[in-house]
Design a protein around this ligand. Structure first.
Ligand SMILES: Nc1ncnc2c1ncn2[C@@H]1O[C@H](COP(=O)(O)OP(=O)(O)OP(=O)(O)O)[C@@H](O)[C@H]1O
Ligand SMILES: [Mg+2]
Length: 322
């Protein structure tokens, strides 16, 4: 497809201000550009019917896979009817939500395989991705409260739609999914399409991080696992400090890793630690003792337990950078 337009998406948890900011951006852009402003799921006649099914709070039996495929189906229609024509015609296409929302909601929130969600959506969109994604970040508790108030204002009964009704822990996982897609603080120069805006409630004065949302993860792991764990943390964009330590929970030869993270990233960090340093059994063949004649000595593999991690998550009272 000859692509002459620009595709911008606005993403973020419930109540982050997507509609508010999209409207403001639309107002600013429409004097100078031909703008198509739309929302997902929906944006087409078929998509609106799928949207109604997805958001209907009485559809409590819907499985995560059904949900993921319905979002993808609505998106396929949206790409064919709205996205591709707009980009071909050189318009600015502004959409609230797109593929990233499925990664965050159905992948991180529902716990479906993120790679599966990505592949299904690649098929649905024929690989059409935004040029710029603006991610609005918010503490999920605050966002949910705001979204529920808005839902009330719009006259929808109860506490909002089917997804808004999910638990706070669901929405916390969704937020960590969005953060996993976004560039991390201090790495904004990394090339990519995603710009992150907003910070969790409790952000402080310049020079001081938003401590209300920051936790210190203290992980004691065996030395054998340290290299792999640090590599995995670095790959996921976390900064870790390693201290050589001894005694305590994992006997000798352990290391303590300090990781400062945002509240919503705790599950992600714990997942990395669990994968890289879990307790497991391993067979080792003991070396023959030097005093024995080698041909009369048979070695039997023995099962030993290796790995394991003890993790503390601490509330950070205050954090300064000097
Ligand atoms: N910066 C802000 N500070 C305080 N309140 C805000 C801010 N931006 C938006 N709001 C309010 O928060 C509520 C949710 O905002 P909005 O509808 O724009 O969010 P949304 O991300 O589109 O939510 P939803 O996920 O429900 O579509 C609205 O009542 C809005 O007036
Ligand atoms: Mg909205």
């Amino acid at each position: 497809m000859a692509r002459r337009g620009i595709f911008i998406t606005i993403e973020g948890p419930e109540g982050a201000g997507k509609t508010t900011q999209a409207r403001l951006l639309h107002e600013r852009l429409r004097d100078r550009f031909q703008v198509v402003y739309t929302r997902e799921p929906g944006g087409t006649a078929i998509g609106e019917r799928i949207r109604a099914m997805l958001l209907d709070a009485s559809n409590t039996a819907m499985t995560p896979v059904t949900e993921m495929l319905l979002f993808a189906a609505s998106r396929a229609q949206f790409v064919a009817e709205v996205v591709e024509p707009a980009l071909r015609d050189g318009r600015v296409l502004l959409s609230e939500r797109y593929v990233d929302a499925s990664i965050a909601y159905q992948g991180f929130g529902r716990g479906l395989d993120v790679e599966l969600v990505r592949r299904v959506n690649e098929g649905a969109t024929r690989g059409v991705m935004p040029d710029l994604t603006i991610l609005l970040d918010i503490d999920p508790a605050v966002g949910l409260r705001r979204a529920r108030q808005t839902a009330g204002k719009e006259g929808r009964p109860g506490h909002g739609d089917r997804l808004e009704q999910e638990s706070l822990s669901f929405h916390t996982r969704v937020r960590s999914g969005f953060l996993a897609i976004a560039p991390r603080r201090g790495r904004q120069s990394r090339p990519g399409r995603c710009a992150r805006r907003g910070r969790p409630a409790g952000g402080g004065a310049p020079g001081r991080e938003g401590v209300a949302g920051i936790r210190l993860v203290l992980a004691i792991v065996q030395e054998k696992d340290v290299g792999r764990l640090i590599d995995a943390l670095t790959e996921d964009g976390f900064n870790a400090t390693m201290l050589a330590s001894t005694g305590g929970f994992l006997r000798e030869g352990n290391s303590t890793i300090l990781i400062g993270v945002e509240d919503a990233q705790i599950d992600q960090v714990l997942g990395v630690i669990q994968r890289s340093a879990h307790r497991r059994e391993q067979f080792v063949s003991p070396m023959p003792p030097a005093v024995e004649p080698v041909d009369s000595y048979v070695t039997y593999p023995v099962k030993v337990e290796v790995g394991g991690a003890i993790v503390f998550v601490l509330q950070v009272e205050r954090m300064e950078r000097f």
